[in-house]
Design a protein around this ligand. Structure first.
Ligand code: ZN
Length: 242
């Protein structure tokens, strides 16, 4: 960490916003630019990286200088290089935080960290979602009421094929009747992972102040804990007289 500022890298595949007119209209400079801008305003040291950059913008150096990585992907999950996925995986195990957004549930990195298929139900109907805070004590829920709403969203429905989360922060209700585990925390190695559901590429969800608050809180929660690497393997007794 440089000074007190947490270093955040926002990764976005950045394809829909260039190829799809509707998405381009909502996010003319890409979702990563919008996310980076409210994170900068919140006081973080923020970089962005996209799929088309060499090594997808996630070189060894970039990852070594990242405290929390944010991941948005959808169309090219399978084209993300395995070498880069291995690199991200190792950094998470060593303590880097990872926030996986929306359709990132099918990314290679998320499926690898979960060890399950990570599929779900979906419907692009632009109807209302109500996110209930089910862990009011959790730092990711700081500053929120009992619930918040997103007027127009894409539905995601259970059963979501993930392992039971270590902590569940939000459950969504959808106008169509479905429910979904929308804010899930997982611990893997020394790393903290937060999956957050909102954020379809053709809807202005990353401009929503509650959604922004959750992502800011999640960056703080997922930040690495400063401590030496734990010692593992054969270990001599600390006491000499046993
Ligand atoms: Zn979507």
């Amino acid at each position: 960490m440089v000074g007190e500022k947490l270093r955040v890298t926002v990764w976005n595949e950045y394809i829909s916003e260039r190829e799809d007119a509707k998405s381009k209209e909502v996010y003319p400079e890409g979702m990563h630019t919008v996310i980076a801008s409210f994170l900068k305003e919140a006081g973080f040291d923020v970089k962005t990286a996209t799929f088309d950059m060499p090594e997808h913008g996630l070189s060894e150096d970039v990852l070594n200088e990242t405290d929390v990585l944010i991941w948005w992907g959808h169309r090219v999950h399978d084209k993300v290089s395995d070498e880069v996925v291995d690199r991200v995986y190792k950094r998470v195990m060593a303590g880097m935080g990872l926030i996986v957004l929306h359709s990132g549930h099918m990314s290679k990195i998320f499926r690898r960290l979960m060890g399950t298929g990570c599929r779900l139900k979906w419907r692009e109907d632009g109807k209302k979602e109500r996110l209930w805070v089910v862990a009011p004590w959790h730092p990711i829920a700081e500053g929120l009421g009992d619930y918040f709403e997103i007027e127009k969203t894409e539905m995601y429905g259970e059963p979501f094929d993930i392992p039971p989360p270590d902590e569940l922060v939000f459950i969504s209700w959808f106008k169509g009747g479905e429910v979904f585990r929308s804010g899930c925390c997982f611990y893997r190695g020394l790393g903290k992972i937060f999956y957050f559901r909102p954020g379809h590429e053709t809807l202005p969800i990353y401009y929503d102040p509650n959604v922004q608050k959750v992502i800011i809180n999640a960056v703080k929660w997922a930040a690495p804990v400063k401590r030496p690497m734990p010692v593992r393997g054969h270990f001599e007794s600390l006491e000499k007289d046993i």
